[in-house]
Design a protein around this ligand. Structure first.
Ligand SMILES: [Zn+2]
Length: 255
């Protein structure tokens, strides 16, 4: 694959970076990312992933845009209120760059349909807000051998981590949270509140880490940092990193 003059121009600020370069930009153009959850995390993440030149997306969200989402879910406008998030996000992508290919689903992701919804992805970015869904997504990623970029945010704190539980030495998301949450809906966003820009920081940080994962092997942008949980504190502000060990007894990725 080679990039057209128009695409070379569009991504000139990437290509001039030795850490990305032409080969890295081609890799992004050929990449497919499944974005699960188009809320406070998925919405800014998707905008930066699309801007970075990733060529193919699968968008999954069963929600409808509400007025109270607009304070942080930056891909939606007042006009989108009442419409599905997945189709609204696709509309934004079509306006932004009509060369992207986009599949959408308004299904609620479950252990039964997760595998088909992420099939063919080079990376899954999960910005959903409850443990049952996040575990279903993670388990499907491990089974399919797909890296997972997991991000969450609440109030003034964000958490972002890249998982490769399909690799022998690396933890999966279930190693991190355990089995206790499979049936529990822990959606605290509506109760606890969230500063909008905090979701933006976590979402765009997840997009940055996602690009590192996708460029493995063709660029020198750095390691994906499998199993490292980055904790973003918006009040301090600060960023600290915690290592998540693989759980040998994990029922998804353990021996
Ligand atoms: Zn595990």
């Amino acid at each position: 694959m080679s990039l057209s003059p128009a695409r070379l121009d569009r991504f000139a600020r990437h290509i001039v970076l030795p850490e990305v370069g032409g080969a890295g930009q081609v890799r992004l153009a050929e990449s497919r990312v499944a974005v699960i959850g188009l809320g406070g995390i998925g919405s800014p993440a998707l905008q930066y992933l699309a801007a970075s030149g990733i060529g193919h997306f699968a968008l999954v969200d069963d929600d409808v845009v509400e007025t109270s989402n607009l304070q942080r879910q930056t891909i939606f406008t007042t006009r989108d209120v009442g419409y599905g998030k997945a189709v609204s996000a696709r509309r934004w992508l079509a306006n932004f760059d009509d060369t992207l290919t986009v599949d959408v689903s308004d299904a609620r992701i479950t252990p039964d349909n997760a595998a088909s919804l992420i099939a063919g992805a080079d990376l899954v970015l999960d910005g959903t807000d409850n443990f049952a869904t996040r575990l279903a997504v993670s388990d499907a990623c491990v089974a399919a051998g797909i890296p997972l970029l997991s991000a969450a945010v609440g109030r003034f704190q964000g958490q972002v981590a890249a998982f490769a539980g399909h690799l022998a030495e690396e933890a999966c998301y279930r190693c991190f949270v355990g089995d206790a949450f499979d049936a529990e809906d822990c959606d605290t966003c509506a109760d606890d509140g969230m500063l909008g820009a905090m979701a933006g920081w976590a979402g765009t940080f997840a997009a940055l880490q996602a690009v590192k994962v996708l460029l493995q092997g063709v660029s020198t942008l750095g390691e994906p940092g499998w199993g490292r949980l980055h904790v973003l504190d918006g009040l301090e502000p600060s960023l600290r990193t915690i290592r998540i060990a693989k759980d040998p007894a994990c029922r998804t990725c353990g021996a």
